[in-house]
Write a protein that binds this ligand. Structure first.
Ligand SMILES: NC(=O)C1=CN([C@@H]2O[C@H](COP(=O)(O)OP(=O)(O)OC[C@H]3O[C@@H](n4cnc5c(N)ncnc54)[C@H](O)[C@@H]3O)[C@@H](O)[C@H]2O)C=CC1
Ligand SMILES: Nc1nc(O)c(N)c(N[C@@H]2O[C@H](COP(=O)(O)O)[C@@H](O)[C@H]2O)n1
Length: 220
């Protein structure tokens, strides 16, 4: 599986405010690029923290891109994936609507009634790991469902864990022309942080857009 992490951060490295309110850091050009990345993916993944904070849809907007997916034999929309250890995704979340297929990767100890409620929305529930989702096992299971190109949009907890488990191939970050601040505001990679074995990145290209900069890296 090829895993691309994409996110937008402020010039001071924050993904959103300290109260986890969504902020439009990207401008029109970057949001359009993100739409293209989604269209080129088999699935788009977030952590449940992002679902609870933003209630995203994670769908492709551009009708031409949706048509092109059909032309190459893909479903009109990429699947959505949530890493959700305790099955906390609200049953009325947008990510569970019928716009696209949805996979919820949960821990084996997630409450059965919550899992059944989520399955009743039509989502596919995959159990991987005990208290917390084992991302390596979860991605292997997704691969067996035909997901080879995975785009990850965040947030910082999930991104850190994917790097910690050495599961990321590419990282693209839009650095927007604003400061958000706040010592508790989410950053690109939160989790426990690395003390050694820092993931190393090879810079592929740099592009100016929307008054900020897009940085694209390959993971070494
Ligand atoms: N600017 C941007 O590009 C983006 C910003 N955001 C922002 O990020 C914030 C949400 O980020 P976070 O709170 O960090 O939550 P998150 O979206 O990274 O989800 C973290 C949750 O995922 C679940 N999870 C399951 N298995 C896990 C594992 N192995 N490792 C880590 N998490 C695992 C846990 O329940 C954990 O609490 C929101 O404020 C949202 O607006 C989110 C995505 C993109
Ligand atoms: N690329 C990007 N730029 C920003 O400025 C952002 N705030 C985000 N946030 C991510 O986009 C998701 C919203 O998706 P929908 O528009 O609802 O499909 C949000 O949940 C974050 O993952 N991304």
């Amino acid at each position: 599986m090829h895993v691309v992490v994409n996110a937008a951060m402020s010039a001071d490295g924050k993904l959103s405010t300290h109260d986890r309110e969504q902020v439009a850091i990207s401008g029109e050009a970057d949001f359009d690029r993100v739409d293209g990345l989604r269209a080129d993916s088999d699935a788009v993944m977030v952590g449940v923290g992002t679902v609870l904070a933003d209630d995203p849809s994670l769908t492709v907007d551009d009708p031409d891109r949706i048509a092109q997916r059909g032309d190459r034999g893909d479903p009109p929309q990429p699947a959505r994936v949530v890493a959700d250890s305790r099955a906390r995704t609200p049953p009325d979340a947008q990510i569970l609507d019928d716009e696209a297929e949805t996979y919820l990767v949960v821990g084996e100890r997630a409450a059965t009634e919550k899992v059944e409620r989520l399955e009743s929305t039509g989502a596919t529930v995959i159990a991987a790991g005990h208290d917390r989702v084992d991302l390596s096992a979860g991605l292997d299971a997704l691969e067996s469902h035909g997901i080879d190109r995975l785009m990850v949009e965040g947030g910082g907890e999930l991104i850190f864990s994917l790097f910690a488990d050495d599961l990321v191939d590419e990282l693209s970050v839009f650095v927007g022309p604003m400061l958000i601040g706040g010592r508790d505001a989410p950053t690109l990679a939160d989790g426990d942080g690395f003390l050694e074995g820092f993931p190393v990145l090879d810079l592929r290209d740099v592009e100016q857009m929307d008054g900020g900069v897009l940085l694209r890296w390959d993971v070494a």
